[in-house]
Ligand binder design. Structure first.
Ligand code: B12
Length: 215
């Protein structure tokens, strides 16, 4: 099911108004009417936060508006993730983390929730996780996949360094990289690494998970 323009605009309005209750009701209605997790994430949450980014850039909404919207969205990602939680575990583990000095974590939260809904166990380390902590977690938990989120292009060197250090320590580690830092075609810098893939959004993740679910 696609989310209608009317529902999206209603939601965006409520989000800009900081009306958490209204936003929750819209999302709950969609869940009750069998909307898909991917559609809610992409067509409501991602679309509205990208829009707020543009409004913020043009100074048509304040930093406070953006912070309030971020916090509402964070809570609703958890609501949706809980609603779509899947008890049929497939016995695979994914570690999702942002790189050091990266504070954008909504995308990473969605990715963790989406894996979970597909029966994966997840560890969500979230924003601003130091490199050595990530290495430590990988050693301790031995995840099947490490998912790294990187939104701010200034952090690209830190991202490459992290991938490099993970590969030095765990050569066979499968890694997924996502986030807007690489969205404008800088993904070739990852092609020198084996088993490191860039995924643009939940649409790409859906395909990736479908292909990797059983092997
Ligand atoms: C909210 C926000 C913030 C919040 C973040 C709070 C939080 N808890 O996340 C705060 C206020 C902290 C913030 C700070 C800054 N921000 Co900001 N922010 C945003 C905003 C408005 C929304 C981000 C968001 O949540 N998007 C929605 C999510 C769902 O989308 P997403 O992250 O792209 O995730 C999807 C995919 O990328 C992918 N994905 C993401 N991660 C992963 C990981 C894996 C493994 C996979 C498979 C997929 C995947 O899947 C997700 C779902 O489809 C964006 C605007 C925008 N266009 O996004 C700017 C934006 C990201 N910010 C920007 C900037 C410049 C900054 C600051 C430098 C501002 C400043 N001058 O201080 C700082 C930097 C802080 C830092 N060091 O990290 C720029 C980044 C430009 C760039 N590419 O470098 C943007 C694009 C705004 C703009 N147009 O200028 N920001």
């Amino acid at each position: 099911m696609m989310i209608s323009e009317a529902v999206y605009l209603h939601y965006l309005n409520a989000l800009l108004d900081g009306d958490k209750k209204q936003c929750s009701q819209i999302v709950q209605n969609l869940i009750n009417n069998n909307a898909g997790m991917k559609d809610i994430f992409m067509e409501l949450f991602q679309r509205s936060m990208y829009r707020i980014g543009l409004l913020w850039e043009k100074e048509r909404c304040s930093i406070a508006d953006e912070h309030v919207a971020t916090n509402i969205t964070e809570g609703l990602i958890e609501l949706v993730s809980t609603s779509f939680a899947n008890d049929n575990k497939i016995g695979k583990l994914v570690l999702i983390t942002c790189i050091d000095k990266e504070f954008h974590d909504l995308g990473a939260r969605m990715v963790a929730g989406y894996f979970e809904a597909n029966g994966w166990d997840t560890i969500f380390a979230g924003s601003n996780t130091p490199e050595q902590e990530i290495i430590h977690l990988i050693k301790e938990k031995q995840p099947d996949i490490v998912g790294i989120s990187s939104s701010f292009y200034i952090n690209i060197n830190r991202l490459i360094k992290l991938v490099q250090v993970i590969k030095e320590n765990f050569p066979a580690q499968e890694i997924l990289v996502g986030g807007q830092a690489l969205s404008e075609g800088h993904t070739d810098i990852l092609s020198v690494y084996d088993k490191v893939n860039y995924i643009t959004c939940i649409n790409g993740l859906e395909k990736y998970i479908a292909a990797h679910q059983n092997n």
